[in-house]
Write a protein that binds this ligand. Structure first.
Ligand code: DX5
Ligand code: ZN
Length: 223
């Protein structure tokens, strides 16, 4: 497996200039990660559907919506309808994750399911064929710029094994504290989609930061 996709999180970008911030990584980023927070599922409030709709009009880079919201069963499909290429809901918040994943796929989006750091993957292994992506949070969701939680790495390895055993082509995404310092550990443990907020938008050259992260992930995979 040689996939290493980089999804910069615009949470660390300037929200007043989102179109320009997207353009700074265009042609380098594989996806653009958008963190939707509702101040219920996580103790922070960011943006919602109208902003995502505007961003979709402003960029050709596919948009990866990470919904840190309560009741995704109700709210997530609209992001797929709007044209987000990937929509990730949190399993801790979903009532009917299989139904929701099928709805998202039916609307043409990739269906992602997120796990907080303390949420085990084992109860959800049978759901993997319903998903296009499994998101393993490597910080507690809610804020950018937090320290990477090494404690999640054993679960990440178990997720990789479960995905491989399932035979389904499920991408394995890591999100939180991913930087040049930690991306290799994530790649070695089996991640193939890497979200990075501060490591990209905190850099003087965000496009170069994206390329650097991808190169480091691929090198770790080869080593
Ligand atoms: C946190 C968000 C992340 C955040 C990552 O809840 O889901 O996407 O932007 O930021 P960094 O890369 O700075 O940890
Ligand atoms: Zn995120």
């Amino acid at each position: 497996m040689s996939r290493a996709l980089i999804s910069p999180s615009v949470l660390s970008a300037d929200f007043a200039r989102l179109g320009e911030e997207a353009a700074r990584v265009a042609g380098h980023a594989d996806w653009l990660h958008v963190d939707v927070m509702d101040n219920h599922f996580v103790p922070n409030l960011t943006l919602g559907l109208p902003v995502v709709e505007s961003l979709l009009r402003a960029t050709a880079t596919p948009v990866d919506c990470h919904l840190m919201i309560a009741d995704p069963d109700r709210w997530a499909p609209a992001y797929a309808e709007a044209g987000a290429g990937s929509v990730t809901f949190h399993v801790e918040a979903a009532t009917a994750p299989v139904k929701l994943a099928r709805t998202l796929r039916g609307l043409g989006a990739r269906a992602g399911m997120g796990l907080r750091p303390a949420t085990p993957v084992e109860p959800y292994v049978d759901l993997l064929p319903e998903l296009d992506m499994l998101l393993v949070m490597t910080v507690e969701p809610g804020f950018g710029g937090q320290g990477f939680l090494d404690v999640v790495l054993p679960k990440l390895r178990r997720c990789r094994e479960a995905v491989d055993r399932s035979g389904a082509d499920v991408w394995l995404q890591v999100d939180g504290g991913v930087s040049l310092e930690t991306v290799e550990r994530c790649a070695e443990a089996g991640a193939d989609v890497f979200v990075a907020g501060s490591a990209v938008y905190g850099a003087t050259d965000p496009a170069a930061a994206v390329d650097g992260l991808r190169a480091a992930a691929l090198a770790a995979r080869a080593g």
